[in-house]
Design a protein around this ligand. Structure first.
Ligand SMILES: [Zn+2]
Length: 561
């Protein structure tokens, strides 16, 4: 706490510790060892995260835990924050995050912390930072070293979580295990069914990851090699997990023309394995599919009515962010990156590839709907933030040929933003009773050289400002619930997500009139307005609008059940 001492809090500490007698004019000293509270938040409007309406209540914190709620105006505290005019809400639980290893590059994760995220769930879309092994191991280790400048010290999920813990984190972190990662380790990158031995090995690896501290498993069925897993394979692997950890988070096999079939499969996998289903970033991409958004939600209502524990998460934007390789058909990606790049160079495949990629682009609208968001090389950086149509005009080239050339130059390490969804569908998903707000993003900072999707900086303030305050798709307490208690319950994270006595003191203070996301596609590195205080485990990490150097976050592991 020492970094946040103001003169006022210093005097309060002195008063509480008995050291007041040292001050001139103080005759007698109270003899208690320390003030009853480390921090008290006075005069705020408390929205506790459960969905109930706001109330004028103070919050007292001691030892990282919420110790008192009520009228605390007379309580002795080491520090007082006057929350007059502000809402006091639980810290946001970002249930679909890609923070993973990027925390080693961006250890303070300001893009997340400044928007009020106090807990993040990594290991999504079938990809987790561990385990490392199998035929891709050498490549993974080399990539790690190139990215972070030191040898990868771990192979298991336990080792990965310990590495994060040793570095320290501002926010709390927890992880899922990616079933695509497990398939890469056990089966490799080929499009074929797993053998009996491989099935046994994947089940063992999934169980071990859960014992090592994962909260559930994720799939990314549009990404290789996770896409090569059949419905039955996924049912069997999920069934091998302990009942309490059967949380199945799925980036489905399709989010466009076959989104409803993909949703049917996700429901079948959850039912077949007795898992709790979390549909990742639910959306119906491409104009022709927008009417399916409502159909998808009615299917989810039916699944709920039939007894399935099902939720979805969604970022509050009409554009998605993925790898540029996703524009290319699955068959072209079979076998991994090297084989993909070979196929791009193969003249015999040229016409077929061009036709299939163009069909995907036409579905989105045009090459103007495809924006380059990240690259690997320094020379490629000039394309970041531009659409492929823009680049094609500027460089007088064919957009498809440019795309292929960029993939080759960047070793397929190109990120894209696709403008593929509509406002009505986005609102419908965000308003659905079991939808949760999540960023689908990793951590960024303004000087990291990236060109992130604005959701990296703006997800939570935008959901509150644009979709709740301005568009009124739901009440404010309900929107807060979608960011706090709902994701915490889904995970089985018992001590977070609501403000109540005995819960961990993860708290956000925001100004309802002033809160706004400021990050945009053409200028993404912008922190939001209106979030002056963020508290993690009782420690103030955003203090009067400025992020401190404190890193009080925990690496959270479940008790196995
Ligand atoms: Zn995804």
């Amino acid at each position: 706490m020492e970094t946040f001492l103001t003169r006022r809090s210093f005097l309060t500490i002195l008063a509480g510790t008995g050291a007041a007698s040292l001050l001139p004019g103080c005759a007698t000293a109270p003899m208690s060892a320390r003030p009853a509270l480390d921090l008290v938040i006075l005069n705020g409007m408390l929205i506790d995260g459960t969905g109930t309406v706001e109330r004028r209540l103070d919050v007292g914190i001691r030892d990282g835990v919420i110790a008192a709620i009520g009228n605390l105006s007379g309580a002795a505290a080491a520090r007082v924050i006057d929350a007059g005019g502000l809402k006091v809400v639980p810290g946001f639980v970002d249930i679909h995050s890609h923070t993973d290893l990027d925390l080693l590059k961006n250890p303070y994760a300001p893009s997340k912390v400044r928007q009020g995220v106090t807990t993040e769930v990594s290991g999504q879309d079938g990809e987790s930072a561990a385990p490392i092994g199998g035929t891709g191991m050498a490549e993974s280790l080399q990539h790690f070293k190139e990215s972070f400048g030191f040898e990868c010290p771990y192979r298991t999920m336990d080792g990965f979580l310990k590495l994060l813990a040793s570095h320290g984190t501002t926010q709390n972190i927890l992880s899922m295990v990616g079933l695509g990662t497990l398939r890469a380790v056990v089966v490799g990158f080929d499009d074929r069914p797993a053998t009996g031995d491989e099935m046994a090995a994947m089940k063992d690896a999934a169980q071990l990851a859960v014992e090592n501290g994962c909260w559930g498993a994720s799939t990314g069925l549009e990404y290789t090699p996770g896409s090569f897993a059949t419905e039955q394979e996924l049912i069997e692997i999920m069934s091998a997990l302990p009942a309490g950890r059967r949380l199945y988070a799925s980036h489905m096999r399709n989010e466009a023309d076959r989104v409803l079939e993909a949703l049917q499969e996700a429901i079948a996998i959850a039912k077949g394995s007795n898992s709790r289903l979390q549909v990742s970033h639910l959306k119906a991409q491409n104009k022709v599919n927008w009417p399916k958004q409502e159909v998808a939600l009615r299917m989810l209502d039916d699944a709920l009515a039939s007894g399935l524990d099902v939720h979805v998460d969604r970022y509050p934007y009409v554009a998605f962010n993925t790898g540029l390789t996703n524009l290319f058909p699955l068959w072209s990606r079979d076998g991994g990156t090297a084989k993909f790049l070979e196929r791009l160079k193969d003249p015999a495949l040229g016409e077929r590839l061009r036709t299939e990629v163009q069909r995907k682009v036409d579905g989105l609208g045009s090459w103007d709907s495809v924006l380059v968001s990240s690259v690997r090389t320094e020379e490629g950086k000039k394309y970041q933030g531009k659409t492929i149509q823009q680049i094609a005009v500027e460089e007088s080239c064919d957009p498809y040929e440019f795309t292929v050339a960029l993939q080759l130059r960047e070793d397929a390490g190109v990120g894209m933003v696709g403008f593929g969804m509509d406002e009505a569908g986005t609102e419908m998903v965000l308003a659905w009773k079991n939808s949760m707000v999540a960023s689908d993003a990793g951590p960024h900072s303004p000087d990291d050289g990236s060109w992130p999707h604005p959701r990296s900086y703006g997800t939570f303030p935008r959901a509150i400002a644009r979709y709740q305050r301005d568009r009124k798709i739901t009440s404010l307490p309900d929107m807060i619930r979608k960011m706090t208690s709902l994701p915490a319950e889904k995970l089985g994270l018992k001590d977070r997500g609501i403000i109540a006595q005995g819960k961990a003191a993860d708290i956000v203070l925001f100004d309802y009139a002033a809160i706004n996301d400021r990050s945009v596609f053409t200028d993404p590195h912008q922190f939001p307005d209106g979030i002056p205080y963020v508290i993690v485990n009782g420690v103030v990490v955003v203090d009067d609008g400025t992020q401190t150097s404190a890193r009080p976050g925990g690496i959270l592991r479940p008790s196995i059940a």
